[in-house]
Design a protein around this ligand. Structure first.
Ligand code: B16
Ligand code: MG
Length: 216
């Protein structure tokens, strides 16, 4: 029986994808790079700096900005993103996920957050759901970003379970790859059939049978 759950945040618990997209689009426009929502798929689960690098490559501007300028660009994107987050409400939480977490906690199974977002704590606090989680692992606590397994291994360690005793939930390919490298049972949450290597793929927590899942 599995003994712990590790949740990604953006795209698994809360639907921030559109806010990230709007903020990157706003920033990119200022440096004459244009992309639509389909390009945003490439940015899921990866860090802020990696997202910026991808956008610059896409716009053929990867050699233009020095490190300081890149930090200024990222700060602009984040300021805009944080402003958009002020609109965040319980309505942005995906259907079924809170019930699933409540069920998990009732069974005394610990829950961790493993998020690539430096805004993870802010989002959890704003939605008033931080207390559901025993630990929050974010980029402030790890050195390597997904698909490196470090964030997931640290989360498992902090809830005192072995990776093989954990179940991890992810909406990004980088996240699924990281979970698999960590030897954690990977559950892909996606409405498209696009997560390669997920041990289980569903489009919603409503499709997950808790009792069956913890026995995998
Ligand atoms: P921030 P997750 C990730 O969060 C997002 O999926 C990704 O699109 C974003 O670039 C990354 O966080 C960094 O976010 O700029 O807020 O630090 O899916 O790992 O919870
Ligand atoms: Mg995600």
């Amino acid at each position: 029986m599995k003994k712990g759950m590790i949740f990604d945040l953006d795209g698994v618990i809360v639907n921030t994808t559109f806010y990230h997209f709007k903020a990157w689009q706003y920033l990119a426009k200022q440096i004459n790079i244009y992309f639509d929502i389909s390009f945003n798929e490439n940015l899921k689960g990866i860090s802020r700096i990696e997202s910026l690098e991808k956008i610059l490559i896409y716009g053929d501007k990867e050699k233009i900005f020095n490190t300081t300028e890149k930090y200024i660009l990222m700060a602009k994107k984040n300021d805009y993103y944080v402003k958009l987050l002020s609109k965040l409400s319980k309505r942005d939480i995906f259907p079924g996920v809170l019930d699933f977490i409540k069920q998990t906690r009732k069974k005394k199974i610990p829950c961790a957050i493993a998020s690539a977002s430096k805004n993870a704590t802010l989002i959890l606090e704003r939605l008033n759901i931080k207390d559901y989680f025993n630990v929050i692992v974010d980029p402030y606590s790890v050195t390597n970003s997904k698909p490196n397994p470090e964030i997931f291994l640290m989360a498992a360690n902090l809830i005192n379970i072995l990776p093989s005793e954990a179940i991890g939930f992810e909406d990004s390919q980088a996240g699924i790859d990281g979970l698999n490298k960590a030897n954690i049972f990977s559950v892909g949450i996606s409405s498209e059939n696009n997560l390669v290597g997920a041990k289980l793929l569903v489009n919603s927590f409503k499709k997950i049978n808790f009792e069956q899942l913890i026995m995998v």
